[in-house]
Design a protein around this ligand. Sequence first.
Ligand SMILES: [Zn+2]
Length: 330
Amino acid sequence: MDVYIGIDVACAKDKYLPIVICTKDNNRLVPLPLTKHPASPPKGFGNAGTLQPELNIAYAKAAREYIELICHGYHLNPIRIGIDAPLKPRANHLQRRFAEQALDKTGISCFTTPSEQDFLKITAKGRAHLKAGKPVPNLPHAMQLWMLAGFAIADELSKLTSCIEVYPQATARYLGIADKHKTTKGQAEQQLHSISQYSGWPASADEWQQLSAICYGATHDKVDAYSAAWVASLPERQRVALGKPEHDDAIWVPALKAPQPTKEHQTFTESDAHTENAAYQRMCPACGEHNFKRWPFGWDAHAAHRCTGLTGHGTESRKAEFKKKFLSPP
Ligand SMILES: [Zn+2]
């Protein structure tokens, strides 16, 4: 039987990797109750672990072996895997990935994936931080390090079958769901409800009960992994690539009407500066850890000192880096 797989990439220490495996049953995408199986997916090594390439490779291999074990055991044939993470670093010559530029146009926020050159600096900084005995929770570039685990997983799983990059937040926007924080109570269920209108699952109270068993993790991790599997299950005519698939730089979303940018994503004008309005709030596109009350006001001070998403040293070079990546016209 053919199966479609979704993975919500994370590397949190001692947390199981959320992996969902689904069959198609009369055109319904039904996930297997994997937490009831004696085998379990690998546990993350934490952000500090991502600084050791051999740990990322071991994590990815264990994920592949887990999928193989389940698939061999039940005679399942993996057709496509949706991965909720960049499959590889940004090309060195781009300021922002093609997929990220496409997301920007629809007003969907996303982090900038560092390039291979950026990652050399980022990992060197991280290793120096640990060597100096500084605390792991303060590890710089925490919002980017997990991507290293994602690259390894994409590499390893492409040995099994084809892998595509998905982004459950973008999928949710294409489904017409508002862009609230994903841990907001009820938000995950609302997302799943919208997906179920297309995927056919869950269709009954009984099936809603089974959500807890489809993989490990919090409810929003389970829904993200199922969302990833759903997009992977769509035939190519029913999904759209944001970015340039011919350059291996695309995020796939369902072929539904593109969302309209909301006011917070439109061009900032001088008069807006005097408006105290939640619509102008924006999460820092570099670190994801700072909320700008009136984007982009205050970007220079944040970039100069606080932002953990930049690679440059010295206030001027940090400001220049931020400006070049996030404030120059596309
Ligand atoms: Zn920042």
